[in-house]
Design a protein around this ligand. Structure first.
Ligand SMILES: [Fe+2]
Ligand SMILES: [Fe+2]
Length: 316
């Protein structure tokens, strides 16, 4: 099984949006856009990434949120066009980011969930959930779990929360025999560990990260993939005090960033995860380079507890 991971697409589309819809939290988001976000994130990179993912023979694509900028219907429509053009819906899974639940109106109408209904269906409907979260997809020997961390927040707060009820539901999911028997991958937007490029967590982090981490470790989650920081990171966390087993935690970064930074961790990226016989054999990160497009940049293998840097070989 080869799983692809894209994130933080930040697709902008204001087609048909009336000016008064900016008279809310979008005032700050709109200002951000004017200050350059719309130039930084380029939808053509998403098309290039999807073509590369297709060429790499990936079986499924996980999208870890912030697909939009302002949680507008026009943006969600455009994202669906970009994704669903080349990729069949059964090969896609998505979770919401803070930008996808940007305003109270978008949260109350569950605009993201309605727009992406076909991609957030669960294979275990008998399990408890909070408005359908978390959902589970049984994909061969992998169980892919979509967790919602995006909640309504005041202006200038981009943090998230899983919440007590959804955490209880997650405990049930991780204990289900169909999940326990598989390699479990949890996808969510926000991070649990402070990213290397940030000094402080507030107002960006997951407010219940300690509880979330506890449930994931207790439930023996194998791999956690997330977005939000637009910053590459691969790390491991021991699953028990006696050191038996490890949980791998990965952020690829934003897939649609076209600008080359001094710090390459910030450039446009996506990940692939090769999962064979119930274990993660390797994680490969592809980085966008103007000209050749997405090229292999980092590769890690995992020998129980220790990540091992692998050679990239001669490939494009
Ligand atoms: Fe983002
Ligand atoms: Fe975010």
């Amino acid at each position: 099984m080869r799983l692809a991971h894209i994130s933080d697409l930040h697709v902008l589309d204001l087609k048909g949006i009336k000016p008064w819809r900016f008279l809310n939290k979008r005032v700050t988001g709109g200002l951000n856009l004017l200050l350059g976000r719309s130039k930084i994130h380029r939808p053509e990179l998403l098309e290039l990434a999807l073509a590369k993912i297709e060429a790499l023979g990936c079986d499924h694509i996980a999208v870890t949120g912030d697909v939009s900028n302002l949680a507008l219907e026009s943006e969600f429509r455009r994202v669906k066009e970009l994704l669903a053009g080349p990729i069949a819906a059964h090969k896609l899974s998505v979770v919401a980011g803070n930008h996808d639940r940007y305003t109270l109106g978008s949260v109350l109408t569950r605009r993201f969930d309605v727009a992406f209904e076909a991609l957030i269906q669960t294979d275990l409907p008998q399990l408890p959930s909070v408005h359908g979260w978390p959902y589970v997809k049984l994909l061969g020997d992998v169980a892919l779990i979509g967790l919602n961390t995006a909640v309504a927040q005041p202006i200038a707060v981009s943090g998230g929360r899983v919440g007590h009820k959804q955490l209880e539901a997650l405990q049930h999911v991780l204990k289900h025999p169909d999940v326990e028997a598989r390699y479990s991958v949890v996808m969510m937007h926000h991070h649990m560990f402070k990213p290397a490029n940030k000094k402080r967590e507030f107002p960006r982090g997951l407010s219940d990260r300690k509880e979330v981490l506890e449930v994931l470790l207790e439930g023996k989650a194998d791999l956690v993939i997330h977005g939000h920081n637009h910053y590459y990171s691969t790390r491991t966390h021991p699953r028990s005090s006696n050191g038996s087993g490890v949980m791998v935690v990965c952020e690829a970064g934003s897939t649609t960033i076209a600008r080359a930074h001094k710090d390459p961790n910030r450039d446009g990226k996506f990940n692939t995860y090769d999962i064979e016989h119930g274990r993660l054999s390797q994680v490969t990160t592809y980085r966008f380079v103007s000209g050749p497009g997405f090229v292999p940049w980092r590769r890690w293998g995992f020998d129980n507890r220790t990540p091992i840097r692998l050679p990239l070989a001669l490939e494009q």
